[in-house]
Write a protein of this length. Structure first.
Length: 190
């Protein structure tokens, strides 16, 4: 069985929208504005590239990442990974040709079936809506969170506000950094 890992930059109040500077969000680029850069705080991102064997994202994140990531050396390991896009609307002919093997999954049932196959961890990037849906369906196994000491108010959230049973998490790795960032790695308790 494959492990599904959600990785996110998240504000203290749960916002994940536009961390890198995407247009249209009031606080766009919040991960690097007035934040001292500490390489050790981002060590987990390099480790993810080494440990994951595939990447999953929703349509909106795919459309954004596939225009930028294939041409950058910062993401060479991600670029080489197999990609899975979960979308009911993305056409097969809309997939880019320069970003490796990509499969479109049309439902959460297809994601659940993928998890039952042999292979290593699958990392989920961006994709706020997909993260919420996968979490609500009980399909995420681990969270890699870099929590920023910010309250952003409005914005897309990592977790839904669906009324559901308690989902317990076990903290398996954590660290606080001098710039206020916190790394929190949680396994989902089943």
């Amino acid at each position: 069985m494959r492990t599904l890992i959600s990785t996110a930059f998240v504000s203290l109040d749960g916002v994940v929208e536009a961390p890198g500077g995407e247009p249209g969000y009031r606080n766009s680029g919040w991960t690097f504005k007035d934040m001292e850069f500490l390489p050790e705080a981002f060590e987990i991102k390099g480790r993810e590239q080494q440990e994951a064997t595939a990447m999953m994202m929703g349509r909106v994140s795919y459309e954004a990442f596939s225009q930028v990531w294939p041409g950058t050396e910062d993401f060479t390991d991600y670029n080489a990974m197999r990609k899975y896009v979960v979308s009911t609307t993305l056409a097969e002919d809309a997939l880019v040709s320069n970003w490796g093997e990509t499969t479109v999954l049309r439902s959460l049932d297809e994601v659940a079936a993928l998890k039952e196959t042999e292979g290593g961890p699958i990392i989920i990037h961006g994709s706020a809506t997909l993260n919420r849906n996968l979490s609500d369906a009980g399909l995420i196994d681990r969270y890699h969170l870099l929590v920023f000491p910010l309250l952003l108010g409005a914005g897309k959230r990592l977790f839904s506000d669906t009324d559901k049973d308690t989902q317990k998490l076990k903290l398996v790795d954590h660290e606080a950094y001098s710039n206020g960032l916190q790394k929190n790695v949680f396994d989902v308790v089943r």
